[in-house]
Design a protein around this ligand. Structure first.
Ligand code: ADP
Ligand code: CP
Length: 311
């Protein structure tokens, strides 16, 4: 099977940890054990988030007295792809001796007139108390919004339309390469009337890009791996219940928070609705069981998995 994995932020940085390089590399060394096991038997594409990391780089850039203006978010997104991609490539190579692993810098097309540019929603960087967030917003010209009990910087998050390098990723997969790509949802770019690409100030949602890429690459399964074992009904209430097997229709009838589970549900539903294949949301350390339908929330057109005996 061809499998695409969207790796959640917790694989890199757990709540409360400082974003030091060694901490994230150490977390990844554990995370790639499960991914390496998937790569033993499947073609594997890995995407990852960059919200905390792009926030660190943006803050550094905004505070650098040598710069006349901070680096824009397309450039910061590229930096995170290089940095996280390098960590993942090395950790995977060490876990998969004999296999070719490649992390690539990739761009994601968005629309220049996407309404998201006028309504920033993507949380980046660390959380702050409200007073401090408002002070930083005034100092650096940020937009800040509440994220649970805290406040955080937000930037525009336009809808992904296509990964520019899709054909090259497909070529690498055919050669047996484990590909890390579309990190942070991809570097946001627009194409002008003459076909030229230019970066724009945004951070794309990695789960939505992964969903679109999964379809473009004709993946058989789309795994969204995070820190909860399953999607829950009535999450956070005393009567929350786990959803094991479901359909896009059932999920779309429920409400999920925009800043966390919402984009994952939308990404999973879109892939299943468009392709008729399987998407799943579950814990990173249960990835193999999730793919087998024994763990996680499995989303299929008919709510069953495996679908056929050809798997
Ligand atoms: N209905 C729900 N079921 C399960 N988890 C949920 C639900 N609603 C919100 N969440 C939250 O979503 C989080 C996962 O989203 P997020 O933190 O954005 O993941 P990641 O950074 O791994 O991509 C979980 O840790 C959980 O707190
Ligand atoms: N770009 C992105 O979706 O990153 P996070 O998953 O870290 O928010």
């Amino acid at each position: 099977m061809r499998v695409i994995v969207a790796l959640g932020g917790n694989a890199l940085l757990r709540r409360g940890q400082r974003p030091d390089a060694e901490t994230q590399k150490d977390n990844l060394r554990h995370a790639v054990r499960t991914l390496a096991a998937l790569a033993e038997t499947h073609e594997l594409v890995i995407t990852h988030g960059n919200g905390p990391q792009v926030g660190v780089l943006a803050l550094e850039s905004a505070s650098d007295p040598n710069l006349s203006r901070p680096y824009p978010f397309d450039t910061l997104g590229a930096q995170t792809q290089g940095m996280i991609g390098y960590w993942m490539q090395q950790a995977l190579q060490n876990a998969l001796p004999g296999r070719q692993v490649l992390a690539v810098v990739t761009q994601t097309l968005v629309s220049a007139v996407d309404p998201a540019f006028d309504d920033p929603t993507k949380f980046v960087g660390q959380v702050y108390e409200e007073d401090e967030a408002r002070k930083l917003a005034a100092e650096f010209g940020w937009t800040v919004k509440p994220d649970g009990p805290y406040w955080r910087r937000v930037v525009p998050s336009p809808a992904p339309q296509r990964v520019v390098e899709t054909r090259l990723i497909r070529m690498m997969l055919r050669e047996g390469v484990v590909v890390v790509c579309a990190g942070g949802g991809g570097i946001p770019v627009v194409r002008d009337a003459r076909g030229r690409l230019t970066g724009v100030e945004a951070v794309i949602d990695k789960d939505l890009t992964a969903s679109m890429l999964a379809e473009a690459l004709e993946c058989d399964a789309f795994l969204i791996l995070t820190d909860v074992p399953r999607v829950m009904r009535d999450f956070g209430t005393p009567h929350q219940t786990e959803i094991a097997h479901t359909t896009p229709h059932e999920l779309r009838a429920l409400d999920f928070p925009a800043g966390s589970m919402g984009p994952k549900i939308e990404a999973a539903c879109r892939f299943v609705e468009t392709t008729g294949d399987m998407a799943a949301i579950g814990r990173l350390d249960q990835a193999e069981a999730v793919l087998a339908g024994a763990a996680g929330t499995i989303v299929t057109p008919g709510g069953r998995w495996p679908l056929t005996s050809t798997l």
